[in-house]
Write a protein that binds this ligand. Structure first.
Ligand SMILES: O=c1ccn([C@H]2C[C@H](O)[C@@H](CO)O2)c(=O)[nH]1
Ligand SMILES: [Zn+2]
Length: 133
């Protein structure tokens, strides 16, 4: 990933924080996937619910938006909370893994610095679509 794409990914993640609906946790999260074409950014924010368990994380919102637009493979996913660096929860790790085994996951800090993780690091010895073949 070149510097320009990383900066654009960060800008999308930052903007998506504004769309978070988090009246219960007050913990806003923004996420964005960069599709395999290297051009299409699809962002998402966490969307909570009065029935707490019905809430959805930002990462899954971004991914399900993209998949339902016909984009199933991703180069990168960026994420950040309004409190700073955040790392995807277990359910999101499994959903990321479903669609991309070689994705770069950018854990952004508010100043734009980041740490990258692979899905193999976040979800070692994972179960995925190939296991059902
Ligand atoms: O990586 C994460 C971690 C948490 N959340 C959301 C879920 C919930 O709405 C709030 C507090 O857990 O943050 C995300 O969207 N992504
Ligand atoms: Zn999650």
């Amino acid at each position: 990933m070149n510097q320009e794409l990383i900066e654009r990914l960060f800008e999308h993640v930052k903007l998506s924080l504004d769309f978070s609906y988090c009246p219960y946790s007050k913990f806003a999260v923004g996420a964005c996937v960069l599709c395999e074409d290297g051009k299409t950014f699809v962002y998402g924010a966490n969307v909570e619910n009065a029935s707490y368990g019905a809430g959805v994380c930002a990462e899954r919102v971004a991914i399900t938006k993209a998949v339902s637009m016909g984009r199933k493979r991703f180069m990168a996913l960026g994420v950040m909370s309004d409190k700073g660096r955040v790392t995807p929860c277990g359910i999101c790790r499994q959903v990321i893994r479903e669609f991309s085994k070689d994705i770069d996951i950018f854990l952004f800090n508010p100043d734009g610095t980041f740490q990258t993780k692979s899905i193999a690091e976040l979800l070692p010895d994972s179960f995925g679509p190939e296991d059902l073949e």
